[in-house]
Design a protein around this ligand. Structure first.
Ligand SMILES: [Zn+2]
Length: 265
């Protein structure tokens, strides 16, 4: 049996307690580069969990500024930020850097659709912390193409979901899209004739569900970065915050999926 650790003992290394959890490969976490797309409720929690877990390099993509109604669920934002010219990604980068000195968090004020593919190719894991299907599918397509594991999270009030895509062996987001989704997307695109986003039905995000979903996302990524992909969620994990029940919704690779139907990598 291992000896109990007293408070203050072995206190030189801030990651000492994480180091005692044998399945976590802290060296690989420290060397990994994570892409987080979205600096809203989920993005705040995901970045917080990543830096506390020992991840040092993060690129954070978001194009918005902070508004007051963000403040009920975003750990890195404060009242002063609503009057600031700084963007969400810049604020999260600065404050997460204070939480974990030595972390290098690069903010990109942009839409994911505007990011250079070569920049994505350097990533070890990508996180979707997004509120719209079009941006998720864009990220899904490019990470699949580049062979980068993609951990997607979403919340809907007290409900949440997490999907882990390890290309090409697991179903991707596109495999799970039904025809109705595409019909609605096509209609939105054809109405405007130019770029548009299809927004999922909105239910306000709240912090407890957001925290649970972001924690699961980061835990899955820590498994991937520690070489334990085999232990990741295989399908879609659905979380019901009202009952505290979670279940794995089974998903299979769709032979019609544009990613999986051809050698897209
Ligand atoms: Zn697919």
């Amino acid at each position: 049996m291992s000896k109990a650790i007293r408070p203050g003992e072995s206190d030189e290394d801030r990651l000492d307690r994480s180091r005692r959890i044998q399945w976590i490969d802290l060296e690989r976490l420290s060397d990994s580069h994570c892409l987080v797309v979205g600096a809203g409720a989920l993005g705040n929690e995901v970045v917080k969990n990543l830096v506390l877990s020992g991840v040092k390099r993060i690129t954070l993509v978001d194009m918005d500024r902070v508004v007051r109604s963000n403040l009920n669920r975003c750990v890195f934002f404060s009242e002063d930020d609503t009057a600031s010219d700084n963007f969400k990604s810049e604020i999260v980068a600065q404050r997460a850097g204070e939480l974990s000195p030595g972390a290098e968090i690069t903010p990109l004020v942009a839409r994911i659709e505007d990011i250079d593919l070569n920049a994505l190719a350097r990533m070890d894991v990508a996180f979707g912390c997004l509120d719209n299907v079009a941006a998720r599918l864009h990220l899904n397509a490019h990470t699949y193409h580049l062979g980068i594991p993609y951990v997607d999270g979403g919340t809907y009030g007290m409900a949440g979901r997490v999907q882990v895509v390890i290309p090409p062996s697991t179903p991707c987001l596109q495999c799970g899209m039904n025809r109705t989704h595409f019909k609605v997307m096509e209609r939105r695109y054809s109405c405007t004739g130019n770029e548009a986003s299809f927004y999922e039905p909105k239910m306000p995000a709240e912090i407890t569900t957001t925290s649970v979903v972001a924690a699961i996302q980061v835990r899955e990524a820590v498994k991937i970065m520690s070489g334990r992909e085999m232990d990741c969620i295989k399908h879609i994990l659905h979380y019901n915050g009202l009952t505290n029940a979670s279940e794995n919704l089974e998903l299979s690779i769709d032979p019609q999926c544009p990613m999986h139907s051809s050698d897209n990598r």
